[in-house]
Design a protein around this ligand. Structure first.
Ligand code: NAP
Ligand code: GDP
Length: 322
């Protein structure tokens, strides 16, 4: 998105009320908004994007020049294990509806969101952008993964056949304010925050699910927001780009749980329930493509970002999604 102040840009963010959408809204409202831009953040109340007519109406209403497409059925390991078919169907439908309506309303640029958890399960490490389709994803989330991979196929088509700049980003695990803190269906960090909140009230230890051995890279939603806005404005390849902290910042689930416990001043024992699935052992992502473009980008240190997130959760417990 060139910074030409004479051209009016309407940026439509689908999934604008979720973890990443709220992160982008925060960054836009705290200095990133440009004079010629208007930003629209959609929730499922504005349009059910699984419904073609509803999607068509919301795109016709806003006529976006640019789209950040975040809306998706999203869940943690245990949510995915229970509902692979539903993850596949809803996400396939949402993605087709959004990209087609963006195109029909003349949107020049669309940035959609994939995930490092959709890469082949049997692979070499670190994973890079060229490896997305080279083997089946992990069994636990095959529905979500194949649906997300099809966004890359559609981007190729819209770029080749329709001369559009439709692309995607591949974030690692994300955390921050406004996450889904549901213990059964959400991701590990918000799940641990909620469990610790309860354990503190009940004076009990924390139960971490699985062995604690799997490795993950975690990105703060507000850092990802800054990178996604950069992608919208400056990144012009149809091929995806990994938006992740470096390989050196990968940590074990045990270490992540200890960090959350520290951020929440939780001093009781950590117990590991090894009857529960571990999911993928690791999905170490290579961020060197990003580093080529933005060598000086500074990620918020994880302890600082976790403290901000835990404080937000405790302060907003009543309204938090859980
Ligand atoms: P999230 O917090 O669960 O938010 C999902 C958003 O999508 C909400 O705004 C929700 O609207 C909207 N939505 C869901 N179904 C919809 C529908 N049928 N119609 C319209 N809107 C709908 O998700 P997130 O964590 O921000 O994820 C954003 C993107 O990042 C997703 O594409 C996800 O796949 C990707 N991603 C997430 C992670 C992660 O760790 N969280 C990691 C990698 C990639 P309501 O608020 O109205 O329900
Ligand atoms: P993933 O990164 O896509 O596998 O999804 P998650 O964020 O749900 O899980 C990451 C890892 O955290 C897995 O190895 C889980 O076994 C582990 N884990 C430990 N405790 C929890 C918890 O309370 N909730 C979730 N979702 N995962 C947990």
């Amino acid at each position: 998105m060139e910074n030409d102040s004479s051209t009016k840009h309407v940026v439509l963010v689908t999934g604008g009320t979720g973890l990443v959408g709220k992160g982008i809204k925060y960054v836009v409202e705290n200095g990133e908004k440009r004079e010629n831009e208007s930003w629209v953040f959609l929730s499922s109340k504005d349009a059910d994007l699984t419904d073609y007519e509803s999607t068509k109406a919301v795109f016709a209403k806003h006529k976006p020049t640019h789209v950040i497409h975040l809306a998706a059925k999203v869940g943690g390991l245990y949510g995915n294990l229970r509902a692979n078919l539903e993850f596949f169907r809803q996400n396939m439908t949402i993605n087709d509806n959004v990209l087609q309506n963006a195109y029909q309303n003349g949107a020049q640029k669309v940035v959609s969101c994939l995930s490092t958890c959709i890469f082949p399960d049997k692979t070499s490490y670190p994973i890079n952008e060229t490896m997305l389709h080279k083997g089946p994803p992990h069994d636990s989330n095959y529905g979500y993964s194949y649906a997300k991979r099809m966004i890359d196929v559609m981007n190729r088509g819209y770029s080749q056949d329709c001369d559009c700049k439709y692309t995607s980003v591949i974030p690692c695990n994300i955390f921050g304010p406004h996450d889904n803190y549901n213990i059964e269906d959400g991701h590990v960090l918000p799940g641990l925050m909620h469990k610790i909140y309860k354990a503190k009230l009940e004076g009990k230890p924390l139960t971490v699910w699985g062995t604690g051995k799997p490795l993950r890279q975690f990105i703060y939603s507000r850092d990802l927001a800054r990178l996604m806005i950069w992608t919208l404005r400056e990144y012009n390849e149809p091929e995806p780009i990994i938006l992740s902290v470096g390989e050196e910042d990968e940590i074990s689930i045990r270490n992540a749980a200890e960090k959350v416990a520290k951020a929440m001043n939780f001093t009781k024992e950590l117990i590991f329930d090894t009857e529960k699935a571990d999911g993928q052992y690791k999905k170490t992502a290579d961020n060197s493509k990003l580093r080529k473009y933005l060598p000086d980008f500074k990620f918020t240190p994880i302890d600082v970002a976790l403290k901000e997130t835990c404080d937000w959760f405790v302060d907003n417990y009543e309204i938090a999604r859980k």
